[in-house]
Design a protein around this ligand. Structure first.
Ligand SMILES: [Zn+2]
Length: 344
């Protein structure tokens, strides 16, 4: 979209995020949108040299994951963090890693996919569920019929006591057509992709603090009774030993891995200049050299592949359109750079 076709409709002043109180700020915008839908606005058409009544409707919102909760009213924290899976969100609390984990993505595979019977590669169980159905606008309104919206900072605690993932009835439902919009909220996946990429690289290169394969996650494996070969083993002296994971690399292999990334030629526009971030000798990928000084808050690495790129016998990728199977992993709540481990 070209900038000349965009209209900045409002700025909400900081320094802190309005959170679910964003609806208070959105009131003037919603009032104008209602007017645009119901009566329209007299507009000049230069082509026919006439004026006409221009009507408009809001199609959907596009936001990052934290703002998704602010706009939709469905909390993106806790057991039911996914609005697509809504009340059927598959979640598990990992007590050693002390975080909520969202698995159960096999539900999005086509029926009779071999992964559904594969216990070993997943959580030790078969999973034959079918994909959950997103709630329609009418269903949302029905659920929230009795809901009493409370705005204001002092009210936070009161709302938090509630088990319901709904934190408010979104102001967008004041638009007469909103409940009939099939897709009301979209995710801008830029930070989700960055976080996933960070975690993947951190785990592969075994970067302390960034790797997802740590002693607590090994204890979680033990707790779940899966991946026996990776579970911690205590010797007679009481020392705990962790077996190397199948993806762990020796220093020479890490160097080779970094060299490949350093020299990678990637399509223009699909990835930032990753070679600037690769430190081959240090065997790490950092984002220090493109920090806030040039206005880019962080490196956004977009390493994606399409179904066509992957040989059929390697992996059969799910084809669910609107649902990123990695979405639930992005529990980043405030800072882009912050990891999303600390979920309350
Ligand atoms: Zn989901």
């Amino acid at each position: 979209m070209k900038s000349e076709y965009m209209i900045l409709s409002m700025i909400i002043p900081g320094p802190s995020s309005p959170g679910k109180d964003i609806d208070v700020y959105l009131q003037p915008l919603i009032a104008e949108l209602k007017e645009l839908w119901e009566t329209g606005m007299e507009t000049y058409d230069a082509n026919s040299n006439q004026t006409f009544q221009l009507c408009a409707a809001l199609l959907w919102t596009i936001s990052d994951f934290p703002a998704y909760a602010m706009l939709s009213g469905w909390s993106t924290k806790g057991r039911k963090a996914c609005q697509t899976c809504n009340h059927g969100t598959c979640s598990q609390y990992l007590k050693h890693s002390r975080k909520m984990c969202y698995m159960g993505h096999r539900a999005f595979l086509p029926p009779d996919h071999p992964f559904q019977r594969d216990k070993k590669s997943f959580d030790g169980k078969e999973d034959h569920r079918s994909a959950p159905t997103p709630l329609s606008g009418t269903e949302v309104l029905e659920e929230l019929r009795e809901f009493n919206n409370i705005f204001g900072k002092g009210q936070k605690r009161k709302c938090r006591d509630s088990e319901s993932p709904w934190k408010k009835r979104s102001i967008f439902f004041e638009l007469p057509y909103w409940e009939h919009n099939k897709l009301r909220h979209n995710l801008d996946v830029i930070h989700i992709e960055k976080n996933i990429c960070d975690s993947l690289l951190g785990t592969l290169l075994d970067v302390t603090g960034k790797s997802k394969d740590h002693v607590n996650s090994r204890y979680d494996l033990q707790e779940m009774g899966i991946r026996k070969e990776l579970q911690p083993v205590q010797d007679d002296d009481g020392r705990v030993h962790l077996a190397k994971a199948c993806f762990s690399m020796k220093p020479a292999e890490k160097k080779l891995f970094c060299t490949v990334l350093k020299n990678a030629k990637l399509p223009k526009g699909s990835v930032s200049n990753i070679s600037r971030c690769v430190e081959v000798d240090e065997m790490k990928i950092s984002d220090n050299d493109i920090g806030p000084s040039n206005g880019i808050p962080d490196v956004d690495v977009d390493l994606r592949w399409s179904r066509e790129d992957v040989p059929g016998d390697v992996i059969d990728m799910p084809t669910h359109d609107q649902h990123s199977e990695y979405m639930e992993e992005d529990m980043d709540t405030s800072e882009e750079d912050e990891d999303f481990d600390d979920v309350d």
